[in-house]
Design a protein. Sequence first.
Length: 274
Amino acid sequence: MMLKFLFWILLLGNAGLLAYQQGYFDALLPSGREPARMKQQLNADKLRLVPPPDPNQPPPAPPAAEQAPASPAEPAAPAMPAAPVTPVTPPAPPAPTAPAAPAAVAPVSTSAAATPKKKDIIACTEIGGFNPEDAKRFAAQLAPLALGDRVSQRPLQEVANHMVYIPPQADREGAEKKAGELRKLGIEDFFIIQDNSPLRWGISLGVFKHEEAARAHLAALGQKGVRTARIGQRTVTSSQVAFRLRDIDAETKSALDKIRTGFPKQEVRACEGA
């Protein structure tokens, strides 16, 4: 009998425990288990999970503050009479101007800037003719320039038509006396005519191809005090010497011009057939 009693006690206890777990007693004794708690939630189907805030994103801006309730409107002030409005005429738009043409840019010559300027070189120039005595003096004054093979002489067989001269003197002594007077006037470029021509013992002051050159030389002599000189037409064949100078630079030409001042009747010309 005792065993049966225990059996029924255990069976009833298990049945009650099973009923409690199934929630048959929740109306009397709330258990707080998950099925009962889910049934007590309101609008459980509208719940959503909010992800945790991202530390790299800036915090959301706070909601705008509610506007304060408007204060009761104050009584409006009486309206002032409107002042007369003077219409303002808008200024006239400026007249359209034509766009300025772009300034022309001159082309830059690169060849002139890049190429250095060459020294002025005279390829060949010729001076003379000199009579034998003047040729020696001219050659002696050229020697300090050390021109070497850049200077040469060539003989001239020249017919002169205009000669500036002093008429023949009575004899050699008279010619030498007249020559002394010329030296006192500072004139050294002359020679005494000693051939058997009608002008023997006369003094030649220069022989020229052109009459204009002869007249210019006569005027220059007159300014120095020579009063008896004249121009005569004479056809003579004389042996004279011309000097040819090649590859003359500016510095040498300047020195050459200084030497030429002592030989004013000698002409300078470009070399022919050089």
